[in-house]
Design a protein around this ligand. Structure first.
Ligand SMILES: O=P(O)(O)OC[C@H]1O[C@H](O)[C@H](O)[C@@H](O)[C@@H]1O
Length: 530
């Protein structure tokens, strides 16, 4: 790769944006009063997801400068290098090819035939195994069909499949007996016991998910769960019937006794936090069925195609990344709130939190120099409606300015008689919050309202400060047509590419995570000396 900047500070568009940020800007209330033309211009759809970015604090001239920044930072060339399999993870000298995991099974992508063959082979193994489980042909030591799967893994080996299993829980029909999938990540004894105590060891399968197969927390839980199996009657020489390993280090899992035919592989070029598309998605494939798992991959592929082909001005991940950079680096907003309004997306924010913060929480450029600018935002949040009754107060009236991603679902098909009423309440609230945050309510408007409600002049003046809202809080709304495997796949890929684009502009390596090492090293030293 040639001609890549080392710091965005050297790019002309960065200086232009810095100048624009100092100039007075219109309040969002005024901006939005321009009407629907702005909304049309700033609303784009791909893969069943519509991004309405009209409430971002950008004027047309800022939008153009942001697009210039993406061009000058060679985002397109960097994207192509990732899809080609160049070793863009420079500190670990590895390609970054999670996109190949959801590539078209019928057409080899730019990553080439070797990667394609490996990916499709493991995907077929995963789907076959999920099918065999569903058919009841996978049995335990006493010959009983497996009914419960316990995924033991942490970080990237937990958050993705767990988030997606929750988001797509409606695909498991409670009237049809299926396989129940449980997740255990924390090595606290209760976390494991609270799952195992309800299970029958003869019908339980342990799926130990770990890229490295050296993670202390996961190995502690795995050893403890194996002990529970043997104490419950499983003969030691039959333990293999209850074990599955998912790993990029098969030598390591073999050493710990995991049978090769029950070991599902991924590779060092898949980052843990980008691994839900790989064999690591096995618990998800079990929970929702292989066909739905393939649809999840297909949705991500649709977003990949959009990312690779749509002009930058209409490119969803590029637009989200640029608005994030404007908020982070030029409007000095250090956090990013993500609030899904569909309760099934309850784990989406923690999932993106790992993906974004572990990827872009960096202070060193790719060339080893210090960035000198802020990089990845502090990602936080949770379900929107619940948040309204908790921390939204600070967003509306606190002194921090917090940009928001609202995530909503257009159509709802829960078979509850009043489902449409529920859905109306949820989406009405989403829209109301986005509007309230953007427009606010001025001191004078508030005072007038209070007077109209019957307050005296003195009372209204005293109360107005407490009851007015500055507004001007930037937000985007992401509307999913519906919550299905395809849209969920596309949504996850959208955030992955947003993170990629920001890293490409900041010129940091989004794909290593040296920051988690020091604590682990100290824990090991402490273990030795205690
Ligand atoms: O999959 P494993 O090798 O067990 O790693 C599990 C997790 O732990 C690490 O500390 C990293 O911070 C994560 O990126 C990773 O997903």
């Amino acid at each position: 790769m040639t001609d890549l900047h080392t710091s965005p500070l050297n790019l002309p568009a960065w200086s232009q944006l810095a100048t624009l940020a100092k100039a007075p800007q219109q309040h969002l209330l005024e901006v939005l009063s321009e009407g629907s033309l702005r909304t049309q211009r700033m609303t784009h759809t791909a893969a069943g997801i519509t991004l309405d970015a009209s409430r971002q604090r950008v004027s047309p001239i800022i939008e153009t400068a942001l697009l210039d920044l993406a061009e000058q930072a060679s985002v397109g060339a960097q994207r192509d290098a990732m899809f080609r399999g160049d070793a863009i993870n420079l500190t670990e000298d590895r390609p970054v090819l999670h996109v190949a995991l959801r590539g078209d099974p019928m057409h080899t992508g730019p990553w080439g035939t070797d990667v394609q063959a490996d990916v499709q082979r493991e995907l077929a193994r995963v789907c076959d195994f999920a099918e065999a489980l569903a058919a009841g042909t996978v049995t335990g030591y006493a010959g009983d069909a497996i009914t419960d799967v316990v995924n033991i893994g942490i970080g990237g080996s937990d958050l993705g499949p767990r988030m997606a299993s929750d988001a797509l829980a409606h695909l498991a029909d409670p009237a049809v007996p299926g396989i129940r999938v449980h997740y255990v990540s924390n090595p606290d004894a209760w976390a494991l016991w609270s799952v195992l105590r309800g299970l029958d060891a003869r019908r339980t399968l342990l799926v130990v998910s770990s890229k490295t197969f050296t993670t202390q927390e996961t190995l502690t839980n795995a050893a403890s769960a194996q002990r529970w199996l043997t104490d419950s009657g499983c003969p030691t020489d039959q333990l293999g019937k209850h074990l599955v390993a998912i790993t990029a280090s098969p030598a390591q899992s073999a050493k710990l006794g995991y049978p090769a035919e029950r070991t599902f592989l991924f590779w060092d070029w898949v980052g843990g936090r980008y691994s839900v598309w790989s064999a690591l998605g096995l618990p998800l494939a079990i929970a929702i069925g292989p066909q739905n798992f393939r649809a999840f991959l297909a949705g991500a592929r649709e977003m990949d195609e959009h990312f690779c082909t749509a002009p930058l001005a209409q490119n969803l991940p590029v637009q989200m990344a640029l608005h994030g950079i404007w908020n982070r680096n030029f409007l000095q907003m250090p956090t990013q709130l993500i609030v899904p309004y569909a309760s099934r997306l309850v784990r989406f924010t923690p999932f993106v939190q790992q993906m974004d913060m572990e990827s872009n929480g960096k202070r060193t450029h790719i060339d080893g120099s210090a960035t000198g600018i802020d990089t990845g935002p502090i990602v936080w949040g949770g379900l929107g409606i619940d948040g309204q009754h908790a921390y939204f107060q600070l967003i509306h009236q606190g002194r921090h300015s917090v940009p928001v991603d609202f995530i909503g679902v257009q159509s709802e098909d829960t078979p509850l008689p009043l489902a449409a009423t529920h859905h109306g309440v949820v989406n009405l609230n989403l829209r109301a919050q986005a509007q309230a945050m953007a427009e606010g309510r001025s001191l004078e408007d508030t005072r007038q309202l209070l007077l109209k409600s019957g307050m005296s002049e003195a009372q209204a003046t005293a109360m107005a400060g407490h009851r007015s809202f500055e507004g001007n809080i930037p937000s985007s709304i992401l509307w999913l047509d519906r919550l299905d495997p395809q849209r969920l796949g596309a949504l996850v890929a959208l955030y992955e590419h947003k993170v990629f684009v920001q890293a490409a502009i900041w010129r940091i390596n989004a794909y290593d995570q040296w920051g988690v090492e020091l604590g682990k090293t100290i824990a090991k030293q402490m273990e030795k000396t205690s």
